[in-house]
Design a protein around this ligand. Structure first.
Ligand SMILES: Nc1ncnc2c1ncn2[C@@H]1O[C@H](COP(=O)(O)OP(=O)(O)O)[C@@H](O)[C@H]1O
Ligand SMILES: [Mg+2]
Length: 364
C-alpha cells in the first residue's frame, strides 16, 4: 500500500516558533510509519522552507529545542531547501499538510490561505476560523454575538487609550497583544503607573492590544475535535473532551510558567469542578467553536470566576501546543484516544474537508 505523505510544517516567524518545534517533534513521532511518510519542513524566520530528516528533530530534547540557538543550527545544517509552491501543489489526494505552527503566520489564517490556494488538504481550521480565533478582539466579538459570556474588555492602539480603558474597567487589568499566544507580551497591571510599560511590551508583538478586566479566575480548558457539521451518528461529529484545570504557580499563567519553569503550573485532569460546571464549559466550548467557524481541532480556554462561579470564554487556540505535556493531546489521551489515533483523526478530518471542497462547483 502506498503510504500517504504528511507534510509537517514547523518553525515559522512567530515568537512561538520554538514551541512549534517541540510540538512538531511530538506529531512526527506519533505518526504510524507503516501508514504515513513524514516530510518535515522547517520554515525559517527568513521565510525559507527546508526539508529536515525527521530523525534530526527526534534527536533533540524538548529542552534544547526550547532554547533554539545551537539545536536550530543543527536542524538546519545541510538541510535541503524546498520551493513551497512546488511542494504543496505536488501532493496527491490522500496526502495532507499538518501545520504545526503556533501564532502569527501559522495559526492565523495566513498559512491556511496559502494551503487553500495550492489545493492541499490540511489539518485544522480554515482561513476564517483561524483568523477569527487568533484575533482576540474579533473572537470576543463573534463569541459575544453568540450570547456567550466573557470578561469586559476594550481594544486599544496606544497607552493613552489603554489607560482610559483601564480606568473604566477598574484595576487590575490584563494587557495583551491582540494576536499572539503562549502569554508572550501579556502583563497584569495593578495601577495606572504600570500601563505605559505593559502597552509598550504588548505592542512589540502586534499593533493592537487588548485591555481586559482582571478577575480572580480558575483556568479551565477543554479540547474540541471533529467536524461541526457532521450529523449526530457520525464518528467525526464534534466532541469536547473532559475539562482540565491549570493552576499556575505564578501570579498568572505567564510564558515562564508555561514553558521554562518545570514547576510552573499544576495540571488537574479532570478538573475538580462540579459535573454541572464541566458540562456547561463543554457546551459553551462547542457553541464557541461553531460560532467562530472552526474545524477539526481547537483547545478552548475558559475562566471560572472564583467567587461567582460564572463561566467566561477566554480564547480558542486553533493550533494548540502539541508537546507530550500539552493539554490538547493529553486531554484526548485521558479520554481514551492515544496521540497516534488523535493525529490520524485530524488527518482524516482534513481529507474529508478537502474532498468536500473538491465537490464545490467552480462553474455555473
Ligand atoms: N482577564 C483576565 N483575568 C485573569 N487572568 C487573566 C485574564 N486574561 C489573561 N489572564 C491570565 O493570562 C494568561 C494568558 O492570557 P491569554 O488571554 O490566555 O493569552 P495567550 O493567548 O497568550 O495564552 C491566562 O492564562 C491567565 O493566566
Ligand atoms: Mg491562553
Amino acid at each position: 500500500m502506498r503510504r500517504a505523505t504528511i507534510v509537517v510544517l514547523c518553525g515559522g516567524k512567530s515568537a512561538e516558533r520554538l514551541v512549534s518545534l517541540v510540538s512538531a517533534r511530538c506529531v512526527a513521532s506519533s505518526l504510524d510509519v507503516r501508514r504515513f511518510r513524514v516530510n518535515l519542513i522547517h520554515i525559517g524566520v527568513d521565510n525559507s522552507w527546508a526539508e529536515i530528516a525527521p530523525d534530526r528533530l527526534l534527536g533533540e530534547t524538548p529542552e534544547r529545542l526550547h532554547r533554539g540557538g545551537a539545536a536550530l543550527a543543527r536542524l538546519r545544517k545541510k538541510s535541503k531547501r524546498v520551493d513551497p509552491w512546488r511542494l504543496l501543489t505536488s501532493l496527491d489526494a490522500g496526502d495532507c499538510v499538518f501545520p504545526v505552527l503556533h501564532g502569527p503566520m501559522g495559526e492565523d489564517g495566513t498559512m491556511q490561505g496559502l494551503l487553500e490556494l495550492t489545493g492541499a488538504a490540511y489539518v485544522g481550521c480554515g482561513v476564517l476560523g483561524s483568523a477569527a480565533a487568533m484575533d482576540k478582539e474579533a473572537a470576543k466579538r463573534i463569541v459575544r454575538s453568540a450570547g456567550l459570556h466573557q470578561v469586559p474588555w476594550t481594544a486599544a492602539r496606544g497607552a493613552r487609550e489603554a489607560s482610559a480603558a483601564a480606568r473604566r474597567l477598574g484595576y487590575p487589568v490584563f494587557i495583551k497583544p491582540a494576536r499572539m499566544g503562549s502569554s508572550v507580551g501579556v502583563a497584569k497591571v495593578k495601577g495606572p503607573s504600570g500601563i505605559a510599560a505593559a502597552v509598550r511590551e504588548a505592542l512589540r508583538y502586534d499593533d493592537k492590544v487588548l485591555v481586559e478586566k482582571g478577575i480572580p479566575a480558575r483556568e479551565i480548558e477543554t479540547a474540541v475535535l471533529g467536524d461541526p457539521w457532521a450529523p449526530k451518528d457520525d464518528p467525526f461529529r464534534l466532541k469536547a473532551s473532559a475539562c482540565a484545570e491549570i493552576v499556575p504557580n505564578a501570579e498568572f499563567y505567564d510564558y515562564r510558567s508555561k514553558y521554562l519553569d518545570p514547576n510552573g503550573a499544576r495540571f488537574l485532569v479532570p478538573a475538580p469542578i462540579p459535573a454541572k460546571t464541566s458540562a456547561r464549559v463543554r457546551a459553551v466550548a462547542l457553541a464557541a467553536f461553531r460560532a467562530l467557524d472552526l474545524y477539526g481541532l481547537s483547545r478552548m480556554d475558559f475562566f471560572l470566576h472564583k467567587k461567582t462561579g460564572e463561566v467566561y470564554f477566554n480564547e480558542a487556540n486553533t493550533l494548540p501546543g502539541f508537546t507530550p505535556a500539552s493539554m490538547y493531546p493529553r486531554l484526548w489521551r485521558e479520554s481514551g484516544l492515544p496521540t497516534g489515533k488523535l493525529v490520524e483523526a485530524l488527518i482524516a478530518l482534513a481529507l474529508r474537508r478537502a474532498a468536500a471542497r473538491r465537490r464545490i462547483s467552480t462553474r455555473h
